[in-house]
Design a protein around this ligand. Structure first.
Ligand code: SF4
Ligand code: SF4
Length: 137
């Protein structure tokens, strides 16, 4: 659940970067219902998959306003289909996961024992607790 005081504001990253099977939206393509920086045109009638989604920035109190996805170019999130903790990057900023604040957070997750993966389009990298990075299938 979203932390009180946090809101998406002008961020619309998840409406662009993520794949949404419900209405056949590919990853990286702006949803037809989204106004960039303005939000959802069908907010009250948006599908359940959208109602249920909140990125980790919204849910983790410790993540500061400087890590809001549109500010750093990457969404921090739990992957619904695996046990991975992911940084899913804006395709126009494929190395956004290297942002010092983002990388520090990803490293902390890796040190907690999580499988941490950064994604940009079809590319993916695993970040290990040592700070080592390697391509990830
Ligand atoms: S990525 Fe997070 S902060 Fe940005 S619009 Fe989606 S839920 Fe809101
Ligand atoms: S329907 Fe609305 S909330 Fe869902 S992806 Fe499209 S713009 Fe975003």
């Amino acid at each position: 659940m979203a932390i009180p005081g946090k809101s998406c504001g002008s961020c619309t990253m998840c409406c662009q970067v993520l794949e949404i099977e419900h209405f056949d939206k590919s990853a990286g393509v702006l949803c037809k219902h989204c106004v960039l920086g303005g939000g959802c045109k069908i907010y009250k009638k948006r599908p359940e998959v959208c109602q249920d989604y909140e990125c980790d920035w919204m849910m983790e109190r410790a993540l500061p306003s400087t890590l809001r996805p549109d500010k750093v170019g990457t969404i921090l999130m739990e992957d619904a289909d695996s046990d991975e903790y992911q940084a899913v990057c804006d395709p126009s900023k494929p190395m956004a996961w290297r942002h010092p604040l983002v990388f520090k957070h990803l490293l902390a997750k890796a040190k907690e024992g999580r499988t941490v993966v950064a994604k940009a389009g079809l590319k993916a990298w695993r970040i290990y607790e040592s700070g080592e990075v390697a391509p990830w299938a």
